[in-house]
Every structure is written in C-alpha cells, then in structure tokens.
Design a protein around this ligand. Sequence first.
Ligand SMILES: C[S@@+](CC[C@H](N)C(=O)[O-])C[C@H]1O[C@@H](n2cnc3c(N)ncnc32)[C@H](O)[C@@H]1O
Length: 217
Amino acid sequence: MSKDWVRWHQEYDAQGSSLGRRLEVVRRDLRRALGTSPSEPDGTRRLISICAGDGRDVLPVIAEHDRRVRALLVELDPTLARRARETADDLGLSSVEIRTADAGDAGTYLDVRPAHILLACGVFGNVGDDDVRRTVAALPTLLVAGGIVIWTRARADDGSDPSQWVRTLFAEHGFTELSFTAPDDARFRVGMHRLAGAVRHGALSDRLFTFRASGAG
Ligand SMILES: C[S@@+](CC[C@H](N)C(=O)[O-])C[C@H]1O[C@@H](n2cnc3c(N)ncnc32)[C@H](O)[C@@H]1O
C-alpha cells in the first residue's frame, strides 16, 4: 500500500516538529538561491519542484521575494496538488503551474525548459540508491548552467547518514556545494548545490525514480 502523503504533511503543523524546522531551512536556502542563481536577461527565473507536496516550501517564498518566478510544481497526489493550486491562487501567483503528474517519469519534462532553481525535497529518502544515482545524474539536463538544486535526505534510524553519499554524488556530476545544513539534534539534512560543470541539454531517456511503497519522508 502506498503511503498517505496528505497525512505525512500534518507533521508540518506540529509545534517544533523536525519537519517544520526542515521547512524553515529549505525556505531560507530558496531565498538565497533566488538572490544568487542565474536568471533570464529580463530577471525572470524558472523553478521546478519535483514531488512538490502542497508547495508550502516554494509558494510563500516566491510570493514574498520574487513574484516573477515561473514555477512548475510536479506532484502525483491530486489532493496535495489541489492544495498547492489553491495556495498559489490565494497568494495571487499567476506564473505557477501545478502539474499532477509522475515526477519520476522522464516524459513529464518533455516540454519543460531548463530551470534556474530545482527543489528535490523529500525524494531521495523514498527511493532506492540506483534511483538516487539516476536522478542526480539527470539533474544537469533539467538545469541551466549555474542552476541551483536544493535537496533533502534524512539520517537513518540506525544513525547512518546517507546524505554524505548524496553529497558525493552531486560532486561527481558537476555540482559544487553552496551549503549543507545538518543540525546535531535533528535527522534532516538540507543540501544546496550549484551546477558548475557541463550542461547536457536534451530529452531525458530513462525513468528517474519510483517511490518505495513504504516511504520514509
Ligand atoms: C516526502 S513528501 C515531500 C513533499 C514536499 N517536497 C516537501 O518536502 O514538503 C513526498 C511527496 O512526493 C509525492 N510523490 C510520490 N511519488 C511521486 C511521483 N512519482 N511523482 C510526483 N510526486 C510524487 C508524494 O505525494 C508526496 O507529496
């Protein structure tokens, strides 16, 4: 049975929750990315959030800091996608597309132009290692040169920290690290990487990832 992602989002609202703290870090990093990522000559930026949930990490930040951002939020769950749409409408954001689609299917991105900022939050802990590898390897195809990725990966229950491996994957695929946030008293980790190496634009050929049935978040 697949995980109830609507329910998963409820932890955001619990006072002092780890997820709430993670949200603040992701929003902070996104504000930084909006100030430092490349943009089009007219100052606009394209942003993609894969497995976007209800969009609470992206939508309030672009509403407050840069309403010109053209955001594409890809979310499979129709309830969460509808919530994201309602939030975008409430915030008066007209340049946001909520795509109720499979973010792991390369075909979802066929008509998508490379982004200046990409969020992959709550993804790498829910898919197998091969899928993490494939997804990080594919990210340069979805980004402009100098584009910034914000990603998360939690420390495991046994104390191991797979985020360290994810950091090495980004390094191997042409990214330089801008920040890595790993509080001692929380399991979440948030990385921010800039694409420094060669850009390989062209259609993605493979499936990127499939969520495991019992995701970790
Ligand atoms: C751990 S949550 C993260 C949500 C959001 N990025 C955040 O950090 O708040 C994972 C999200 O991925 C969505 N999801 C799962 N499989 C997906 C897929 N193949 N394509 C798009 N979204 C997917 C779930 O519905 C859920 O909203």
